[in-house]
Write a protein that binds this ligand. Structure first.
Ligand code: SF4
Length: 250
């Protein structure tokens, strides 16, 4: 742990730079996507559940890779890894500001709950901040089954996003989100778009659909398949999206 003198601490932990989210008073916390190398050479895997999504990840290309943006996400990760207690305190203090009252926080624009300790720190932060809503897309299914599903803070909702190595363990009735090649494919598959407001991912009807990143090389790689379908292909399973239409947890 923690040589606190060498831990670089971002001035602010939460961002509202994404205009689409900011107009709904949604703030974001972001880690590097998939894995990152810290300045001292340690590599940290931030998306342990990533499967088919990894080669199509929106956050491993484009503006997420701009040097200043990438450096900020690595600083966030370094803070968590080197001083989890200090990070938890700093996040709780930041969230005590009145600008977060009745606002929402999306936990992870990219990255995921990469360890039990980190997830539990978030659960404590949420419990201590009842005036703010929290939500997340996650691929950390086994970790959520153990640590979140039995007893979650009332102000936290989540959706399991397809394209994970854990997809085969999802059950009918789990709230899921899949990534479609085109917006028009979403309703045709019986899914429900969150394009109007990202909070629909946890508040609206399920299952949830979103359209993929528009970068041409990613579009070519994905074809017309969804992340869930790509993962099923990798696993040698049959993709059965209808299984997720049976129960609506909204
Ligand atoms: S889990 Fe999300 S952020 Fe991580 S690699 Fe997959 S798409 Fe990217």
């Amino acid at each position: 742990m923690t040589d606190e003198a060498t831990t670089v601490r971002p001035a602010r932990l939460l961002s509202n730079a994404n205009r689409n989210l900011a107009r709904h008073r949604i703030w974001t916390w972001t880690l590097p996507a998939l894995a990152a190398r810290l300045p001292d050479g340690r590599t940290v895997r931030t998306c342990e559940g990533a499967g088919a999504c990894a080669s199509l990840c929106f956050a491993r290309v484009g503006s997420y890779q701009f040097p200043a943006v990438k450096a900020r996400h690595i600083r966030n990760l370094q803070f968590v890894v080197d001083d989890l207690d200090g990070w938890e305190l700093a996040m709780a203090q930041e969230l005590s500001h009145q600008r977060f009252r009745a606002a929402a926080v999306r936990v992870h624009d990219s990255g995921d709950f990469f360890s039990d300790e980190y997830l539990c720190a978030w659960l404590r932060i949420m419990a201590a901040t009842p005036g703010t809503r929290f939500y997340a897309y996650t691929k950390e299914l086994p970790r959520f089954r153990r640590l979140v599903e039995p007893k979650s803070p009332p102000n936290f909702r989540w959706v399991y996003s397809l394209g994970s190595v854990h997809d085969a363990a999802l059950r009918p009735g789990d709230r899921v989100a899949d990534v479609f090649a085109e917006e028009s494919d979403i309703a045709a598959a019986g899914f429900h778009s969150q394009a109007e407001c990202d909070l629909l991912a946890v508040d609206g009807p399920a299952p949830v659909g979103m359209s993929a990143n528009a970068l041409p090389h990613l579009k070519r790689r994905q074809g017309r398949r969804t992340f869930g379908q790509l993962q099923a292909d990798q696993d040698g399973r049959t993709y059965r999206p209808a299984a997720f239409r049976t129960i609506d947890h909204a």
